[in-house]
Design a protein around this ligand. Structure first.
Ligand code: AGP
Length: 606
């Protein structure tokens, strides 16, 4: 998720483009760049780092222009550095892009055969070469022909040095909005960068293109057919926009999960073969089949995702897995024997405990594979290979969409390993079909946010809370407890439900809320027994149940229902109500959920 902006007909174009980027910084902030048209040429400046670095490098007097485009990056292909940052240029064409070009390797080879040479590691550079390759005196025509060859998602803005004051935009899968002005027009990833100039906007839909000049806006589709677009009035203020209309980044990120999970498996599942391809993994089938043992290293929420991975990989790929608190692993004398693969999970890619544990594993001869959200992060750079979760920037300190993103990647890895062991093509097809239905199922749980808030009102003043789960839902109990702890400051603990009678049951009384993840799976009878144990001691029971459940519903004080789904995919659903419950309790207690006390988004100190 990057931020793009373009403006034409504005004598302060360079200054306003940088201001526009500042307003899009929440979309990505690892590098930025700007390009303006000046005297029949294109002037481009790019810098690694936050937008201030770019602003410091831009001499506005020397960047006088009335037309330009700019970009703030959230790297997906190629680590954050000046060469990989946008805008990308080929000849007289310059382009900024938000999205992922899935078939960029194929297109790149074809262009190299035509003599094109590439300087960056990005998918986007291929796009600007493609447009230039198709150029024949009309920019929108060239963009249209180029996009016909592209697979993937894009929101783009393009200029040509020979076509002054014209910007061509197009979208498929990534947002793009036109700001309609008087004598000027704007193009941006969202209205945050438009609001300062006009409240009149046109929201482009997939396959739409827009050609903006100072005089006007023309909207056509990818087949050059005129499309009538309604001009709408923006009613939000900036803070609202950056949070997408949500009161907090955490809630926005919770509601982004149907899309971020889709982005997590987009281009990685092969439904027709019932298999998965993980380009970043760079392990041969022989190496995959000969993995003898997997050690997962992580901290916090990432550790909980690792625990879900343990259940999945052992159950469906038959490989022994150990999940280690990274901070403990590095000070023990871990045994790393041949055939040991270390999976290093970290949203930020900068957590020092995880980083050092990874280095220790490498020193002891393990092959290390990363699962992270931040391209170019230290863990991404130091692991031999890995997978990005593509969840986009996670601003809220309490991790939510990164957890389901990591769990999605671990599910894909399980399918990949399992298909080389015990999972048949038919079974693989069924699992992938069910995985592709998860975004909609998650939406149906998100629709219960208001009802979950009513439950939160009942428990917001309690001082303790227990979370119970069995099997693959035990890590979800741990994650639910962590979410409540870190943003509401209520003491909470997650436990394997059967472990309760070995001690924690002593805590149960009418003042102890107990959240039980009791979805319909092979341990249903057992978890029902645990619910009865709590009820017998007058504990307050909040149950997460599968639709159509009656027995545990009858035993519970409050119930949150999730749709039926395959047992191995349950964590993607059962965690959502726990994220929302913690969020609503914290908000009702007046806490700052995005910046909770004592915490940091990336823990870079020991
Ligand atoms: C989770 O909400 C917390 N922010 C924290 O536990 C976090 O998961 C942990 O610090 C690990 O961070 P990482 O995934 O960036 O390595």
């Amino acid at each position: 998720m990057c931020g793009i902006v373009g403006i034409t007909g504005d004598p302060q174009a360079a200054a306003n483009l940088i201001e526009g980027l500042r307003r899009l910084e929440y979309r990505g902030y690892d590098s930025a760049g700007i390009a303006v048209q000046q005297d029949g040429a294109i002037v481009t400046i790019k810098r690694k780092g936050k937008i201030q670095k770019l602003a410091d490098a831009v001499d506005l007097d020397r960047m006088q222009s009335s037309c330009g485009i700019a970009h703030t990056r959230w790297a997906t292909h190629g680590e954050p550095n000046q060469i990989n940052s946008h805008p990308h240029v080929d000849g007289k064409v310059v382009l900024v892009h938000n999205g992922i070009i899935e078939n960029f390797q194929v297109l790149k080879h074809a262009l190299e055969e035509k003599g094109h040479t590439f300087i960056s590691e990005t998918d986007t550079e291929v796009l600007v070469h493609l447009v230039n390759d198709q150029y024949n005196g009309n920019l929108e025509e060239a963009v249209r022909r180029a996009l016909k060859l592209v697979e993937g998602t894009y929101g783009i803005a393009v200029m040509h040095a020979d076509e002054p004051d014209k910007i061509v935009g197009a979208r498929r899968g990534s947002p793009l909005v036109v700001g309609v002005g008087d004598g000027f027009n704007v193009l941006a990833s969202d209205v945050a960068a438009i609001l300062a100039h006009t409240k009149q906007v046109i929201y482009l839909d997939d396959w739409d293109m827009a050609v903006i000049t100072p005089e006007g806006v023309q909207t056509v589709d990818i087949d050059a057919q005129e499309v009538d677009k309604e001009i709408q009035e923006i009613t939000w203020d900036l803070d609202q926009i950056q949070k997408g209309g949500y009161p907090h980044f955490m809630l926005k990120e919770i509601f982004e999960q149907p899309d971020t999970i889709l982005d997590g498996f987009r281009g990685r599942v092969m439904p027709e073969a019932g298999d998965v391809k993980l380009g970043g993994l760079q392990l041969t089938d022989w190496e995959l089949v000969n993995i003898r043992r997997i050690i997962i290293l992580a901290c916090g929420t990432s550790y909980h995702a690792g625990l879900v991975g343990e259940y999945l990989i052992e159950e469906y790929a038959g490989i022994p897995v150990e999940v280690e608190y990274a901070s403990e692993f590095r000070y023990r004398s871990p045994i790393i024997d041949p055939g040991t693969l270390c999976l290093v999970i970290s949203q930020s890619g900068e957590t020092i405990d995880t980083l050092e544990a990874m280095r220790e594993a490498k020193r002891r001869g393990a092959k290390v594979v990363g699962i992270t959200n931040v391209v170019g992060s230290t863990i991404a750079r130091e692991t031999e290979c890995g997978m990005y979760i593509h969840a986009g920037p996670e601003i809220g300190v309490a991790s939510t969409k990164a957890f389901t993103g990591q769990t999605t990647i671990l599910t894909l890895l399980t399918i990949l390993l399992g298909r080389r062991k015990t999972i048949s093509a038919e079974a693989g097809m069924e699992i992938i079909e069910d995985l592709q239905k998860m975004p909609d199922k998650i939406r149906s749980v998100l629709d219960q946010s208001a009802a979950i808030k009513e439950i939160a009102k009942v428990y917001k003043d309690h001082h303790n809370c227990l979370y119970l789960g069995r099997g693959i839902n035990f890590p979800i109990a741990l994650e639910g407890a962590l979410k409540l702890k870190e943003i509401s400051y209520i003491h909470a603990e997650g436990y394997p439900a059967a472990e309760m009678k070995h001690g924690p049951i002593a805590l149960i009384d009418p003042n102890m809320p107990v959240v039980v993840i009791s979805t319909r799976d092979s341990s249903y009878e057992k978890i029902r027994g645990n619910v009865q144990e709590v009820k017998a001691r007058k504990g307050k029971i909040i149950s997460i149940v599968t639709e159509g459940d009656e027995e545990i519903t009858a035993l519970s004080d409050h119930v949150i229902t999730i749709p039926r789904c395959r047992a191995m995919l349950t964590p993607l659903l059962s965690v959502i109500p726990l994220q929302l419950l913690a969020y609503h309790i914290a908000v009702l207690r007046g806490e700052d959920v995005d910046q909770p006390r004592n915490l940091a988004k990336a823990v870079t100190v020991e």
